[in-house]
Ligand binder design. Structure first.
Ligand code: ADP
Ligand code: ZN
Ligand code: ZN
Length: 727
């Protein structure tokens, strides 16, 4: 009887054998439901064999093979295999991590006949209607109407997202002929053309489309506002012309809906699907299947989308390639950017990494000609210059409540000119610390080694690491003093201070707290674009990708904390972040001005920022890393471990460090506590291993991983983190 080998979602680095009388090699890649212990689990068949090492008495039979969809192609299996080997993570868990949730359980898939979701648009009659024709009371109808106006067409699902009642409104409008369903046949076949390219953009497009069907990695290094998106769109158009698929990876941020709108408007006749955490399981599966059957030509997604099956892949784009969210920070700690490179090689196609501040890894790869570089050095919109950047020396101009006189004066001028300003402080909440002024006690999380952040609105203290919250204490628990007060600034406090300084100004705060409500982010963006907001206060979620044409001033608070961090990547990240935030200013006709409050105006990082000179900073940082033996000059792996007792963790790591001998090319450090020692009640420590040779490091890790697996570790949770980015 044939035997199937099944990869299961269990933390054991092996596949499992089962009898399956109806199986053949054609079934490789199908889902199988098999007994595992007392449970039934669904996994993926990765081989069909005639003989097994498992004694026949022990060999059980598969329950069922699901034949309605084949989740895994040969090509995807190769990707998962590579991923499992490179990250030293069990194949079954790698596969299950990469598949839509609906394919991971014991349920058969109900395939809708027509995968393509119905889409709707306004009819010419509908387009004549004004929003004021709809009574203000019919809020859902107004909202739906506005959405139709903003996005030209909406899917059934998008309409449902507005409100379940919106579907009823839709039915009314269909009956009245205000909207109609759109079929692909109705759509213009031609893509919309877009603005004429700048000379630099045209050159970039010409270069990157010259060799379409071969692997080539391009670093598209373009300043903020240089029109990288337009370059992507033009290159995608050439890939569409060959009837091939383009995979566009973007960071895990609120950018997806906006970009989706831009892409749909450009390619109205093209089937585009998005894959991100905002979708429910069914939508995700449907979009995934459309990618798999080749119907979807543009796939727009966050890091997980790198595992999408793409039979006709012609191009991969990684936008904001330096962004930390391309690396998963739990479970399978993969880098979607690095896997994207693997996929491009595998499919023998070009890949574009776009950024204004490339990661030093990619920058280095470009310097040594492993990647090809294309530059965009000026802004795409005519007359839009790069912003001027200045430092405010806070040793002379001491901030009160976080704001210096010079910054307040600049905001005032900006208000007088009816321009918008943005105050960036990368710390949400009211204040980072609750302090007893008498004994120095500060409120700390009992589960983590971190301070609790004051959230004055909710009258709570919150841990930003584990989510724990508690009420304000009435008095200091250590000394009984009642003089305890928030110390330092967060977005809420800055918002409050600005409101007292500028009572007439309309202020909006944008951070994870203020955008949690569904549609909140959309509403705020809308308010910004319709000039209903004068001052924005926000964290890094403001920094990326957004275009605010009337924004002329950016104020940056509290950036100094990262200047002298122990994390060797802190400077690189700070620079990228500040460059992004600064890049929000002056994107259209309004010239931009950036003010940085700092005690270290002479710091080389601020100097480089003022000159907008990423290259000199990158080269200086690379030189430092070369001498200090940091990536990209070495390759690193971390053995991370956690447990309730620190001593157990340290003992485990010490034992692990002695497991196998290694050559001189491998450098192994002593176990050390993690940056955040306690997290969610667990003590954490780690062991760093590095080597100048990636292949030797990999060879070592392969052997080491097997040995660590053999260590008795019921008390310890451990994992290898390859190419770690946080310590
Ligand atoms: P980046 O991603 O490089 O920061 P964007 O792609 O957001 O820049 O483009 C910045 C702005 O320039 C956008 O408003 C975009 O519409 C505009 N733009 C891009 N290319 C052109 C062009 N060739 N002509 C006119 N405007 C352009
Ligand atoms: Zn006290
Ligand atoms: Zn905590």
């Amino acid at each position: 009887m044939p035997i199937i080998q099944v990869a299961l979602n269990v933390p054991v680095d092996t596949v499992f054998d089962y009898y399956a009388d109806d199986a053949s090699t054609a079934d490789i890649g199908l889902r199988a439901c098999v007994p595992f212990g007392k449970k039934l689990l669904t996994g993926i068949i990765i081989a069909v064999i005639a003989e097994t090492q498992v004694p026949s008495a022990k060999l059980r039979s598969a329950q069922f093979i699901f034949r309605e969809i084949k989740p895994l192609s040969q090509e995807l299996l190769q990707l998962f295999n590579f991923c499992s080997r490179y990250y030293h993570y069990p194949l079954g868990m790698v596969i299950m991590n990469g598949l839509p949730i609906k394919l991971r359980n014991n349920q058969p898939i109900q395939l809708k006949k027509n995968l393509t979701e119905q889409r709707y648009g306004l009819t010419p009659a509908g387009a004549l209607i004004k929003i004021s024709d709809i009574p203000a009371k019919q809020r859902i109808a107004r909202r739906l109407f506005k959405e139709f106006h903003d996005s030209t067409e909406l899917s059934h699902h998008q309409i449902q997202q507005i409100s379940p009642r919106a579907i009823h409104v839709l039915k009314d409008w269909l009956a009245q002929d205000w909207v109609a369903s759109i079929t692909t046949a109705d759509k213009p076949i031609e893509a919309n053309s877009g603005p004429p390219l700048t000379t630099e953009q045209a050159r970039a497009v010409a270069l990157m489309t010259a060799t379409p069907n071969q692997f080539k990695a391009w670093l598209l290094h373009g300043v903020t506002g240089s029109g990288k998106t337009e370059v992507y769109l033009r290159i995608i158009a050439t890939v569409l012309a060959q009837n091939k698929q383009s995979l566009v990876l973007i960071p895990e941020i609120n950018l997806t809906p906006q970009l989706e709108t831009v892409f749909r408007a450009r390619f109205p006749a093209t089937c585009l699907v998005s894959l991100h955490s905002g979708l429910n399981d069914t939508e995700r599966l449907m979009n995934w299947l459309q990618a798999q059957n080749g119907e979807a030509k543009i796939i727009l997604g966050t890091r997980l989308a790198v595992f999408t099956p793409l039979p006709d892949l012609g191009l991969i784009i990684v936008d904001e390639e330096h962004d930390a969210s391309f690396k998963q920070h739990e479970g399978l700690r993969y880098s979607a950017r690095d896997l994207a490179i693997f996929r491009a090689k595998q499919a023998n196609i070009p890949i574009l990494l776009g950024s204004a501040t490339p990661s030093l890894e990619s920058y280095h790869n470009a310097l040594i000609h492993r990647y090809h570089t294309v530059r965009l050095t000026s802004r795409a919109i005519e007359n839009a210059a790069l912003p001027s950047i200045e430092c405010i020396d806070t040793r002379a101009d001491k901030p009160r409540e976080g704001l210096s006189k010079a910054l307040l004066a600049a905001i005032d001028r900006c208000l007088a000119n009816k321009h918008q300003s943005l105050i960036f402080i990368n710390r949400r909440g009211y204040a980072p610390v609750l302090l007893c002024r008498s004994c120095g006690w500060t409120a700390a999380c009992h589960r983590c080694s971190s301070r609790l952040v004051v959230h004055l609105r909710d009258k709570k203290l919150c841990c930003h690491h584990c989510g724990h919250d508690e009420h304000f204490p009435r008095a200091c628990p250590d000394c009984g003093n009642q003089d305890i007060a928030p110390f330092g600034q967060g977005t809420q406090r800055i918002e409050e201070t600005l409101a007292t300084h500028f009572p007439a100004a309309r202020i909006a705060r944008i951070d994870r707290d203020s955008t949690r409500r569904k549609n909140a982010w959309k509403d705020i963006l809308q308010a910004i674009h319709t000039q209903q907001i004068d001052i924005l206060v926000g964290t890094q979620i403001l920094a990326k990708g957004h275009d605010f044409p009337n924004l002329s001033l950016v104020g940056i608070l509290n950036a100094d904390t990262s200047l002298y961090s122990t994390d060797f990547r802190a400077s690189e990240r700070l620079f990228a972040q500040l460059m992004q935030v600064a890049g929000r200013a002056g994107r259209a006709e309004v010239p931009g001005h950036v003010l940085i409050q700092t005690e270290f105006p002479a710091h080389p990082l601020y100097h480089a920022l003022q000159r907008q000179d990423y290259d000199s900073l990158a080269q200086a940082l690379l030189a430092e890393r070369k001498t200090a033996k940091f990536p990209p000059f070495v390759h690193q792996a971390l053995l991370r471990a956690e447990s309730h007792v620190m001593q157990d963790v340290m003992n485990f790591l010490t034992q692990a460090s002695h497991l196998i001998a290694h050559s001189d090319s491998i450098e192994m450090f002593d176990p050390v506590p993690a940056q955040i020692v306690r997290l969610k009640g667990l003590e954490r420590a780690q062991l760093l291993v590095q080597s100048a040779s990636r292949s030797q490091l990999q060879e070592f890790l392969g052997k080491w991983y097997i040995e660590i697996n053999r260590l008795a570790t019921h008390k310890i949770r451990w994992m290898l983190d390859i190419d770690p980015v946080e310590f």
